[in-house]
Design a protein around this ligand. Structure first.
Ligand SMILES: Nc1nc2c(ncn2[C@@H]2O[C@H](COP(=O)(O)OP(=O)(O)OP(=O)(O)O)[C@@H](O)[C@H]2O)c(=O)[nH]1
Ligand SMILES: [Mg+2]
Length: 332
């Protein structure tokens, strides 16, 4: 190495990676998703190259309380879809354990049976601390899988309502899982899941109380006000750990897809527009945060905060000054 020549530029062969991903090469797909997680500068080019190939995958979100059986159900769904000859991508999103938390490790073991199948791609999403986090990276990872030609993409994420990644905003079809004893209908209503679920699964139906949970749930779903032509979410019982009821879940998912695609795909288009709006906002907001973080002393948040804390300025005026400073700052 020549002295002084110590700059390391990590070059990214965007064209090669995109081509590899389009051919279904797992290594290229994995590398592209890593770029997404890192918030890598090459992402603009990557996403521009991928955009024409997106919009084909059926995106299915799975959500529900911790331990309800999301990963087990996901794995069982992968098996059914593979039998149907579909290529399947899986994103496991867990904001609470960004690196190798126990839950994710467990998922990896559970997903092991699919690990050698070239038509299955499984990835746990992690934030690597860049601004925007999973709210930005999850939909972009989804785009990578979509463009890589996966017919079905399953996204597993914990919780509804308070989660950083709202799976219902990402998915074409949202599956909400419950288990007997893990909350009756009223708790479900409180958690806001009745509105977001397109398909409800009462998992762990081998346990006592599954019939009652199913009944409660059906009743609560009926009470939700819906337009006459709106989708009526079915409630399916399953024992995911035994693969029981998973075919019924897939049937329900296919029926929902058919409903989305009816009328020239008007409903699917609407969901996709909503997802795109969320993506644009998340990226723009991350950009705004980045620019705020880059403001010089005197105009940055910490200096403004000092003024506000010292009661020399009110927070609204400070926010105005901050926005004005952003307007004057050079574009990123
Ligand atoms: N009895 C019974 N146990 C099940 C069933 N499905 C899953 N389990 C078990 O429930 C536990 C949790 O399952 P997971 O699939 O990891 O649940 P999860 O919702 O992905 O959990 P988190 O990702 O940690 O939120 C595991 O021990 C599973 O084996 C089922 O239908 N019946
Ligand atoms: Mg899980």
């Amino acid at each position: 190495m020549i002295a002084g020549d110590c700059m390391i530029t990590v070059r990214v062969d965007v064209g090669g990676l995109v081509e590899g991903a389009r051919k279904g090469q797992a290594r290229s797909v994995a590398r592209l998703i890593s770029l997404v997680e890192d918030g890598h500068p090459a992402l603009r080019e990557v996403m521009a190259a991928l955009a024409p190939y997106t919009g084909r995958a059926a995106v299915i979100g799975l959500t529900g309380a911790p331990g309800v059986g999301k990963s087990t159900t996901t794995s069982a769904l992968v098996a059914v879809y593979r039998r149907l000859g579909r290529r399947v991508g899986v994103l496991a999103v867990d904001p609470s354990s960004p690196f190798s938390g126990g839950a994710l490790l467990g998922d990896r073991v559970r997903m092991h049976e699919h690990a050698v199948d070239p038509d299955v791609f499984i990835r746990s999403m992690a934030t690597r601390g860049h601004l925007g986090g999973l709210a930005v990276s999850t939909p972009q990872a989804l785009r990578v899988l979509d463009a890589a030609g996966f017919d079905v993409v399953l996204i597993e994420t914990v919780g509804v309502g308070q989660s950083e990644v709202e799976v219902a905003a990402l998915a074409d079809t949202t599956v909400v899982l419950l288990a007997p004893g893990m909350g009756d209908g009223i708790q479900a209503a409180k958690a806001g899941i009745l509105e977001v679920g397109d398909v409800f699964v009462v998992n762990k139906a081998d346990r006592d109380g599954a019939a009652a949970t199913g009944r409660d749930l059906r009743h609560m779903i009926m009470l939700v006000e819906r337009e006459p032509e709106a989708w009526r979410p079915p409630v399916v019982k399953a024992v995911a750990s035994e693969g029981i009821g998973i075919d019924d879940v897939v049937t329900a998912l296919e029926e929902h897809r058919a409903w989305l695609l009816a009328d020239d795909g008007r409903r699917l288009d609407e969901r996709r527009r909503r997802r795109a709006a969320g993506e644009i906002e998340a990226i723009a907001l991350a950009g705004v945060r980045r620019r705020i973080a880059g403001l010089p002393p005197g105009r940055n948040v910490s200096d403004l905060a000092e003024t506000v804390a010292a009661a020399r300025l009110d927070p609204y005026a400070a926010a105005d000054q901050l926005l004005a400073a952003l307007g004057q700052a050079p574009p990123p």
